[in-house]
Design a protein. Sequence first.
Length: 257
Amino acid sequence: MDPIEKLTIETPEQIELEFPIAGLGSRGLALLVDTLIQVVVVITVIFVDSLLSADLGRYWVRAGKWMTAIIIFALFCLYWGYFAIFEAFWNGQTPGKRQAKIRVITASGRPITVFEAMARNFMRAVDSQLAYVVGAIAIAVDKKNRRLGDMVAGTVVVHEIQEQGDSYWYAQQNTAATAVSVEAVAAMTAQEFQLIETFLNRRLDLPYEQRVETARNVADRIGTRLNIAPEDRGSPENFLEELSRRYRDSVRFQGRQ
């Protein structure tokens, strides 16, 4: 649907992670779905209000004014809060974005925070001018397909690619369990752990070939520094998963001491 453009992020370890950037087509589809959901909610709220106002009006003179105020407040929250709340607490996605298989991340590749979600969506008031023509123009001229809200918040919208299905979220067996020693885990740096976590958290956003190559590069870089022979590592992704698990366990153990 969109031309294939990529966001390349270089980690402190000089490993490049690539994310396919979402364009106007997929973002327009996501917006359409989200707008339809909002319209349904608005119609439902107005319908419920019409039913309640008539009954409450018999017993409460100001019922109509209060119901109107509640509707205005609900519509305000729906317009300003729908996108920000979903993106902040649903891993950078709204229902529309999930349907279109895209998500919002930061320019550094990490998940967005509540404040970044709020910042990008406050600018929606500008991006949505002229039926989102302003936002569409910004996306069309920006190299990273960002609307104004993305530029302000430092975010970018990328595709999720799951060509191999859900079966490869995590390995079914810990094939590298005997290869990772306590000494190797103790020698890992926080930066290396962050690199592994970044890859594991975002690998399904990578094209399959890029995912395999990146896993191999990261495993080779860290495995070599930890003096773990290639034949002892097993599959690169299993090896990285095991390093991540062992490192987390060691941190939790130290925290209990």
